[in-house]
Design a protein around this ligand. Sequence first.
Ligand code: NAP
Length: 637
Amino acid sequence: MDFSASYSDSPLRADLIERAVDEAELPALLACLAVATGDESLIPDRLRPDPRPLGIVPARQGGLDQSCQQEARRLAVAALQRLTQHGATPEPGLVDRAIAFISGPTDASQRDFLREELGLDGDLRRPGWSQEQVAPGRRLRVAVIGAGLSGLLAMYRLAQVGVDFVGFERRSDVGGVWFDNDYPGARLDANNFLYSYSFAQKAGWKHYYSSRDEVQDYLRSMADAFGVRQKIRFGTAVTGIVFDDDQRVWRISSDGPDGPTETLTDVVISAVGQLSEPKLPDIPGLKSFAGESWHTARWNHRYPLTDKRVAVIGTGASAYQVVPSIADAVGHLDVFQRSAPWMVPTPTYHDEMPPGLRWLFTWVPNYHSWYRFYQFWHNVEGRRRFAIVDPSWDVPGSVSPASAELRSYLTDYIRGQYEDRPDLAQNVVPAYPPYGKRMLRDNGVWASTLHRDNVALVTQSISEIVPSGVRTCDGRVHECDAIVYATGFVATDMLNTLGVRGRGGRRLSEVWGSDPAAYLGITVPGFPNFFCLYGPNTNLVVNGSIVTFSESSVNYVMSALHLLLESQARTMEVRQAVLDDFVAMVDEANRHMAWGVEGVDNWYKAASGRVSQVWPLEVAEYWRLTRRADADHFDLT
Ligand code: NAP
């Protein structure tokens, strides 16, 4: 499959170019055009964007001043006109130079990382081996549980190396959490270009932050392009995954259209992720409610909201999207807030990209890849420095001088939207430090929704659910017809529904308790040939891209399978000491991040207080650690 853009038949039109360039992201366009035309003079040092923008809100156009922007536009227009006349004359030798134009100087291993993310040369992460070459005659059987972003990728990689697999998916289609979360207003909170595989990028995104349907369409199209759909058993829930110590195989029990089935496999890849099991709050009386209630990830589309009294419990990422989307239709809306969320100003959050920019993506060879790369570079470490704890800093609500500066900036931004409503203003600024939880992207819709006459922000804590509504600790009952639980997911019990039992019948749920840990988030002692994707300690709060993590994890699993085949072993099991060292490393780092400090509550922490869900180090470090499975880390049997 060739995903790379074609350099031929470009319908670039000279009369449209100037306008389009006005809407372009200039640093990415110059880098793109330098490679497309072979003209290095398009990326002079004086037009280099700030490689590590340190401001709270990154400066536009890479921080170039007006005269540099004008020069960049002039160069870009001339280069695009040359493209329309002569076509592209790409110079691959300029790619590293153009990468460095955006990233600044990098070392050799970082360059590999960045080239892979740029994705110009096709699928650079494709495994360079096949089962037939490595272990002629051997037929490994693999089960992949879950057909979301990570599961689909794992299936594709398995197909590429010729390993036989079967996919299990309890839903009726691919997409994972994007299939489930079809609540009103659901959309990305990461730039959508980043929400595509590095080797299968999409030029034609419509919005800066795509709607749920656009993302779901992308994943559906990927399942077809990968050719894996027919290998997936849809509507089939896995109910048990048990290691057979005698046969050294996994026995997978599932229930689907053909009834209960047992499937034997050599390897299991769990791709169910961290956010697939909805969490209902532990509030007394939940079942007593006489009206309708549901969780955001199980939206009740049959229930007509028009003119109804609705309660939304929670003010996290899901609530942030639901509340403004339903406020117009409902009669009255009570929003129950336990902790106020931090919001990062994002004026374009709901906007379509301007037509000139979209035209450039469509017709300038690889501009979308360079744009994605530019977003990637600025997100990869993002505002991580604002989340790092300064041990000598002792000001409540922040973790360092930089964090306090960010707190002050965001507080002004949030409060500024409630100047006319002191009653709201006093309740909308979080007490915890910025990045204690994932920030929400805000273009003002939250504040304007809370301003509405038919919307009330309730900050009294909830004491119980009663048949007629929600009782708060002041004794008041907030009567309602429907309750929406926007209360998140049981991330720490992520694999419990699968009933995994490893060597000697040990249950994964017992080994983990409510504090999961896996080496690189992928592999667990006592569970041979069992791999997790988007497992413990691989979630991101402030920086990076979950797609990069997914691709890195799958690379590692494929490398592990290569090791298994090459060593002619039946099973491989990570050593306890390797996991212990890894846990010590991530724990130490997490203790020094805003989300790990004592007193900050979030879904990233296990009951013990240990951060079991989040990756605390640089993204490139995860990429580096997952490049190759090390034989010394495993017992190969
Ligand atoms: P969440 O971030 O865990 O938020 C849950 C909300 O429910 C919080 O406001 C929480 O309050 C509140 N809550 C929980 N139990 C409660 C109780 N007993 N009483 C009152 N309030 C209670 O869940 P989410 O919004 O579904 O998001 C989960 C994750 O999914 C996000 O962090 C993000 O990674 C992902 N997500 C992504 C997108 C996107 O990309 N667009 C959209 C949605 C979700 P406290 O804060 O006080 O705990």
